[in-house]
Design a protein around this ligand. Sequence first.
Ligand SMILES: [Ca+2]
Length: 80
Amino acid sequence: MTDENEISTEPTDEEPTPDELDLETYDLDGDGKISVIEAERARLGLVDARLEEIAEEGGVKGALAEAAHKVVDKLDNDDA
Ligand SMILES: [Ca+2]
């Protein structure tokens, strides 16, 4: 039995950073790089749903994704 939702206060090498979240969010084909096309999709707001998916997974990464999702929403809404 595992505690997937357990929040550890101990530092780990697996703690997601905003950069890693960006990569997971934008790297649609999983090659470890954000290509021009992937960056363009991000710019077009196509990652919004992806961010929501990650946010639903919860944890530290989910919290980061939720925050990023709010930023994306704000950018979309402010787009002039
Ligand atoms: Ca890629």
